[in-house]
Design a protein around this ligand. Sequence first.
Ligand code: AGP
Length: 368
Amino acid sequence: GAASKGEYRHYMLKEIYEQPAVIAAALEGRLGERSVPVECFGPDAEALFERVKQVHIVACGTSYHAGLVARYWLERYAGLPVQVEVASEYRYRTVVVPDDTLFVTLSQSGETADTLAALRFARERGYLGSLAICNVPGSSLVRESDLTLMTQAGPEIGVASTKAFTTQLTALMLLTLALGRVKGLAAETQAELVAGLRSLPQLVGQVLKLDNAIERLSTAFAEKHHALFLGRGAHFPIALEGALKLKEISYIHAEAYPAGELKHGPLALVDSEMPVISVAPNDELLDKLKSNLQEVRARGGELFVFADEQVGIEEEDGVRVLPLPHVHDALAPILYTVPLQLLSYHVAVLKGTDVDQPRNLAKSVTVE
Ligand code: AGP
């Protein structure tokens, strides 16, 4: 059952392994043949989505990282301007809300104090409407929002969020396709992404098979005090999420940078004591990422690259490469999240931390 670890040593590992099934659950009944039915977001969604001219997304922690990924998707496929902000900042800002703005909150628990306060603040600011993407039915966020989409991840017990994040991303791709459809996204593109979503559970299952290889890799981190995560485009937020996971459960200081920012400062930190983790899906930014990785190598940094098996990044001295199956470039952020979860999990196990209940943290932050 949901409340037992079963064969797994920790809830976190169990929840990582549940991802193929819960991503399938998040898609269940929500995919048409070649498009996403707008009614998934409720009977009033179509009329509301037609009026949307921009989107504001507000959340905390891992849920915030999901929002950052969605910005790339909504701009690219729905042509909508998007702002994404952490709730604790948003709620105290003099937010200027343009006409016809949709307000979106993301939350696993639906009870995060700052996110809830941001929703209440937004209700007074003349938004077109509010949508909550949430994992807990009947939570405060769900009850107080105009539209809701449940992520269907099932109970998440580990404090470090895993399946809640990948199902949020899945739900956000559904939102992208629903808004895109209303805003005239090409039928062919919709069909391609729908097909990509359908194959996602199986691809995530394939990535889980890297578990043993990632466990072996994790020994390189156990004695380190710092780590740097690099990504570009929609994989910058995935780098942020990878760094957050490592911090939360292994207590190793980790930072994430957009790979293009390296030269503007963090390159000064790189030496043999600073492992650098990078996600390299096969997208239009790959060549730029490759040259950033050479810069790291030239400074003696040890590289760990999760790369599309088709891109031909070669292992060499100081460069470890883990191949991932090829995936539609827009869906790659979902797939590339999984090896980073496994990496931080195995590093934490090696370090002997309390993986499911890391020090100083609570599963939901219900006070400010
Ligand atoms: C994730 O691993 C964290 N424990 C934390 O950042 C979490 O995502 C954040 O507190 C938001 O929670 P929510 O999704 O329940 O609102």
